[in-house]
Every structure is written in C-alpha cells, then in structure tokens.
Design a binder for this molecule. Structure first.
Ligand SMILES: NC(=O)c1ccc[n+]([C@@H]2O[C@H](COP(=O)([O-])OP(=O)(O)OC[C@H]3O[C@@H](n4cnc5c(N)ncnc54)[C@H](OP(=O)(O)O)[C@@H]3O)[C@@H](O)[C@H]2O)c1
Length: 319
C-alpha cells in the first residue's frame, strides 16, 4: 500500500467525489447516527453508488425522514431506517439480532454516531455517556454483527474518531470517571482514542476472516455534535434551516469524504488499524505540544493498549 499522504483526494473532497466510479450494488452498509450531520452524507454517498443502506438512528421520525430523503435524492429504493440507541445495550443487541435474522452479509459498517463534550451522564447500563455511546455501544454492535461481517467475505468497519483523541488516552483503570473528576473534553478524548484502539483490536483479531477496520478523522464540521459548545450558539442557518459552514470548516459532504474513502478505497483493501485524515493515512506524532493535522498520538494505535481495551470492553458489556 502507498502510505504517502498524496492521494487523489484531499481536505476539500466530498463523499460523492470519493465514491464516484465505485459500484456498490449487491453490498449492504449500516451507518450509525445517520439521521444527522456526516452520517447523512455518508449514507447518501454509499446509496448513490448502489449499496443497500440501513440508516441506523435513535430518533424514528428523523431516521425515517432521512431514509426517504436519501431514496429520493439517489433514486435507490434500498435505503431503510432501523432503530438503534447506542446508549442502550438492549437496543444494540436487538438491532443486531434483527439484522442477523435477515441472513444477509454485512459488507460495510460505519460506526459514525457520537456525542461530544456532554455534561456528565450515564448510559442505560451505567457507563459514562461518551465512553458508553461512542465506544462500548459500537463495540457491542460490531461484535454482535460479526457473523454477518464474516459472511461478506471481505468487510470494512469504519470507526469515526477525531483529532480530539490527542486530549487523552483511555483510562483503563477508570473509564467511567468513577474515581476522577469529570471533564467533558477529557471524556470525549478518551472515547475517541477508544474508537482508534478499537479499529486496531478488530483488525488484529479478525483480519484473517476478511474483516478490517480503520479509524477516521472527518475534519471539523459544524453539526449538532457541537450543541454543548459556544460555537453552536453562534451558528448561522439559511432559510431552509441548513447550518452555515464557518470559514476553514468542512461541509457535511466534505466531512463524509474520509469515511467513504475508508469504505471504498482500493488502496485500503485488506488494510486496517490505521488512522485516516483528509482521505489519506495519517502519520504518528510522537512529540508533545500541538499536533499538526494528518498526524496521530501513537498511544491511540498501540496494539497492546488495543488488546487491553478489548478485554476490558468484553468484561464491561458482559455485565
Ligand atoms: N463534527 C465534527 O467536527 C467532528 C470532528 C471530529 C469527529 N467527529 C465525529 O464524527 C461523528 C459524526 O459526527 P457529526 O458531526 O455528524 O455529529 P451529529 O450531527 O451530532 O451526528 C451524530 C449522530 O450520532 C447520533 N447519536 C448520538 N447518540 C446516539 C445514541 N445513543 N444512539 C444512536 N445514535 C446516537 C446522533 O443522534 P441524534 O441526532 O438523535 O442526537 C446523531 O445522529 C461522531 O462520531 C463525531 O465524534 C465529528
């Protein structure tokens, strides 16, 4: 594989440009959190290339409306909503059971849903809200869907992370902030590091079965993810309710590009455990200080930490 940062695509590429020329007919994709922000445009691009797409979301009305909008805009009738609340392991397991009962292979799983910098909260199962939703929910979903991923004979799992992984490592001894003061950004950083370690762990355990996973930094996009920050209060919306893009930020269509690149790029065939940024493989940044774009903190792709997190996650979700 060419690991140089030079690819055909870059920071301004859109998901539609990345998927152009790919024929995904006969494949199935699940996109979590697909009723908002980057997820909508990820689902739309995959559906536009012919994939059958499940819009997995926790709000049924918005999920149904998004699926209908994508069917309309792409002309692909195989786009449907499925209920999924990642903050409830019961809901996650019910989603996976419904999927497996259908008997279809799963070629693409885009673990896109997320919450950011929330006030302290707990999931239905008692996990800190960001670690529980962003990591443990997707961990449970992916491991429950393994039979369908195996059946695809080559499946890719995209794990949405963030440059915010640089804020903090996973605290394996206290992931739920039971014994340390809660900090909304440290909790987000921890959960996004977990998303990267998960991509490493999944690839290391399942690449031999054709399942690989890369982590993605989508860019900075003013979506409802930002609702707990001052930037959200300063947003501008046009007459159609579309949120304006501040200078230097990405649109949702650009934000979906690296997820779609992770899903379809020929040069990533059989490649996993990487961190992708601006449609390119990022490089390690072992130094301190401010980390430039296109780089990652090495602790977040460390195979031993990935294995330790995997074992901890198995224990936590087993109850
Ligand atoms: N936007 C950025 O600047 C940025 C930067 C780096 C990384 N990311 C990552 O990119 C991903 C997508 O972010 P986005 O900007 O598109 O944000 P978004 O518009 O807020 O979309 C996130 C989606 O996740 C869903 N979600 C949250 N909790 C859920 C739960 N318990 N069960 C099911 N779905 C749930 C949300 O559902 P509701 O609509 O019902 O809340 C929403 O549809 C996230 O993983 C985020 O961490 C974003």
């Amino acid at each position: 594989m060419n690991t140089s940062r030079q690819t055909r695509f870059g920071p301004n590429s859109t998901a539609a440009e990345v998927v152009a020329g790919h024929d995904l007919s006969g494949t199935t994709a699940v996109v979590t959190g697909a009723a908002s922000g980057i997820g909508v445009e990820t689902a739309r691009a995959l559906a536009g290339a012919g994939a059958r797409v499940l819009v997995a979301a926790r709000d049924a009305a918005r999920g149904e409306a998004t699926a209908a909008d994508i069917r309309r805009s792409t002309g692909n009738p195989q786009v449907a909503f499925e209920l999924l609340d990642l903050a409830s392991l019961r809901s996650v397991r019910e989603f996976a059971a419904r999927y497996l009962a259908d008997g279809r292979p799963l070629h693409l799983l885009v673990n896109n849903a997320g919450v950011m910098a929330t006030p302290f909260g707990l999931t239905e199962d008692g996990f800190e809200l960001q670690f529980g939703t962003n990591h443990l929910g997707h961990f449970t979903l992916t491991t429950a869907l393994l039979p369908a991923l195996r059946a695809a004979g080559g499946a890719r799992v995209v794990s949405l992370s963030s440059r915010a992984h640089g804020i903090d490592d996973v605290h394996l001894d206290d992931p739920n902030f039971a014994h340390r003061r809660y900090d909304p950004w440290a909790a987000y950083g921890q959960s996004k590091t977990a998303n990267m370690l998960f991509a490493v762990g999944l690839t290391n355990r399942h690449a031999a079965e054709g399942i690989t996973s890369n982590a993605v930094m989508p860019g900075v996009i003013l979506s409802p993810l930002w609702r707990h920050t001052p930037q959200w209060g300063q947003r501008r919306q046009d007459a159609d309710g579309r949120i304006g893009t501040p200078p230097g930020w990405k649109t949702a269509e650009q934000g979906a590009a690296t997820s779609v690149w992770a899903a379809v790029a020929a040069e990533l065939q059989g490649v996993g455990g990487r961190y992708l940024d601006d449609c390119a493989v990022a490089r390690p940044w072992p130094g301190g200080g401010s980390m430039p774009g296109g780089h990652y903190r090495p602790y977040a792709l460390d195979p031993d930490r990935a294995e330790a997190l995997w074992r901890l996650s198995e224990t936590l979700v087993a109850g």
